[in-house]
Design a protein around this ligand. Sequence first.
Ligand code: CO
Length: 220
Amino acid sequence: MTGLKISELIENNEDWIKEKLKTDKNYFTKLSKGQNPRYLMISCSDSRVPLNSMLKAEPGEIFIHRNIANQINMTDINFLSVLEYSIEHLFIKHIIVVGHYSCGGIAAAVDGVDQGLVENWITPVNDIYNKHNEELSKIKDTQKRMDRLSEINVLEQAKNLIKIPIYQRALKRKKYPMLHAWIFDIYTGKIIQQDLCFNEFIQNGLLPEDYVSYFEDNLL
Ligand code: CO
């Protein structure tokens, strides 16, 4: 889609600097003082999911971890470091897992196409596909079936996150960050919020009773 050359990227960067300085001549001095993001987002690496620009969020507003098919894996030291740092040092208030329709990683997990290491990485998506096979096999249209799997995947990844001890400890201590699951509808550009069904987790003790109301009351 885009075919920007390196020289064009550098020129764009110069334009961007000018735009920022036009609105505030101390923009970069302020930016260099530190970050205070309210959000951690875990998203797919896909180049068509431009988190900051699609949410009109400025630098400093979103702490981001990305990987193919937005996986949350308890043994991924990269992700766990991001999670711990964002909770313990940045005091983020919300964690949002962002999946998207037309996700190549999701399709590859089902097709079993030989894509080298990616195949290993997305094995959990194949497990999710098998687990939800009864629902998914009823969807005859392949793209619609994959897109439903994107939705299920984002919910399953969020559920993985609930169980991670770093998150459990944070909840016991300060009751946040709150968890969300989103789908970026690549056909329309819209964010579709997915229902995480917190009750199930409240009932089995993984989330506190007042998990949702605490956020509504404190407007975090
Ligand atoms: Co993707």
